[in-house]
Every structure is written in C-alpha cells, then in structure tokens.
Design a protein around this ligand. Structure first.
Ligand code: ADP
Ligand code: 2DT
Ligand code: MG
Length: 212
C-alpha cells in the first residue's frame, strides 16, 4: 500500500500571538504520539535568499519593497521540492508563517494591493489547515515590548491584522481562528485537536495548489 501523505499545517498571526511557541509544542506532541513531523518557518533565514531577507529585517540593509516581497516568495518556492518530498513520504509539516504573512505584510505598505501581493505565491503547496492565532494589540502588549526588527510597530501591525482579516474571507483556504489569549496549554489543546483532524483528512486527499 502506498504511504499516506503528511499534512501541511500553517500557523499565522500577529506579532507575539504565540506562533513559534505553539509550533514547537505541536511538533513535540505529534512526535510523542509517533507521528512523523518536522517544523519549518518562513522566512527560512538559512538559505542565501533567506540571508538577504534576514539582513533586511534586521535593518542592516535596505531593499526596494517589490524586490523584498519577491524574495520572501522565492524563499518559499526554493523549499517547495523539499516540502513535497517530505509530505509524500508521510511527514507532516508544521510551518511558522507562510504566504499569508507574505501577502498581509507587503499589502500593509502604501501602494500595494492584496491581489498583486498574492500572485507570486499562487500555486504553492496548499496548506491543509491554516490556524490564525487571534490576539488583541492590548493582550500582545502584555507579552512584552516590540522587538527591534522592521515591521515591529503598533501602527504597522494593525494594518497587517486588517489584511489578514481580508485574507481569511477566502473560503478556498481552510482557516481556523484560534483564541490565542488563553494559556499556552489551552491554546495548544485547541491547535492539536484541529491538527489531528486535518492529518486524518489529508491522508486521503491530494495536495492542493494555493490560490488557484
Ligand atoms: P510569535 O512567534 O507569534 O511572535 P511567540 O511564540 O514568540 O510569538 O511568543 C511571544 C511571547 O509571548 C513569548 O515571550 C512567549 O513566551 C509568550 N507567550 C506565548 N504564548 C503565550 C500565552 N498563551 N500566554 C502568555 N504568554 C505567551
Ligand atoms: P519572524 O521570523 O519573527 O516570524 O518575523 N514576513 C514574513 C514578510 O514580510 N513576508 C513574508 O512572506 C513572511 C513569511 C513577518 C519575520 C518577519 O517577516 C515578515 C515578520
Ligand atoms: Mg515567532
């Protein structure tokens, strides 16, 4: 019998919503239950393209806005062969940010429309589940100050949140909004339950193409 494919699980959300914390916990829980699983994150700062992005985010270099948008997308595309291989081998991928961050962050800049921002990522492997960790700016503030990287300001984050809300109206994507204001454990239980369902469903479905 052919091996059942893994699921592509994405966590999105604003700054300090708990994406990285929850991705790590989810991977740990799935590993403990014997599920083949790996974590990925975008941007993946380890590649040559990722290093250009990282330097931009750290404000060590400036890049023209369209250019950096395309680099973020290229950073996903360069990992597609590896992602497909892992999924086909039955490994579930838990991904910290994906094309939705790409479209939300660039379209929050003046002069960019959401539709243009989505185009470079059309046809990427389609996530079986995208969980949006919802947290108000006031609750995020209780989790500490903004960092030093580009985009980490309250005005910009509010614009990004609005763009995510627009993206979530698209019913071709399996969105689940998660209340990220609960304890780490409670949020984890909710996320794990949605993930188990998505893994079971994905086994019998071909991998889709995003925004096609
Ligand atoms: P993100 O990756 O979305 O920016 P992180 O996972 O890095 O968020 O979490 C941001 C901060 O908030 C960290 O200090 C983390 O320990 C804390 N944190 C994460 N989840 C919760 C939670 N449910 N309740 C309280 N604090 C949290
Ligand atoms: P973290 O490494 O802390 O998640 O921050 N971003 C991300 C974009 O502008 N476009 C993208 O395509 C992606 C994936 C969001 C990464 C920062 O980069 C932004 C915050
Ligand atoms: Mg993070």
């Amino acid at each position: 019998m052919a091996c059942k494919r893994g699921a592509l699980i994405v966590l999105e959300g604003v700054d300090r919503a708990g994406k990285t914390t929850q991705c790590n916990k989810l991977v740990q829980t799935l590993q403990q239950s014997g599920q083949p699983v790996e974590m990925m994150r975008f941007p993946d700062r380890s590649t040559t393209i990722g290093q250009l992005i990282s330097s931009y985010l750290e404000k060590k270099s400036d890049l023209e806005d369209h250019t950096v948008h395309l680099l973020f997308s290229a950073n996903r595309w360069e990992l597609v062969p590896l992602m497909k291989k892992k999924l086909e081998q039955g490994t579930t991928l838990v991904v910290d940010r994906y094309a939705f961050s790409g479209a939300a962050f660039t379209s929050a800049k003046p002069g960019f429309c959401l539709d243009w921002c989505k185009q470079p990522d059309v046809g990427l492997p389609k996530p079986d589940l995208v969980m949006f960790l919802q947290l108000s700016p006031a609750e995020a503030a209780l989790r500490g100050q903004f960092g030093e990287e580009r985009y980490e300001t309250s005005v910009f984050q509010k614009a990004v949140q609005q763009k995510f809300e627009q993206l979530m109206k698209d019913s071709s994507v399996n969105w689940q909004v998660i209340d990220a204001s609960q304890s780490v454990e409670d949020v984890h239980e909710n996320i794990a339950s949605h993930t188990h369902n998505a893994i079971n469903k994905a086994q019998n479905l071909p991998l889709g193409q995003l925004w096609t």
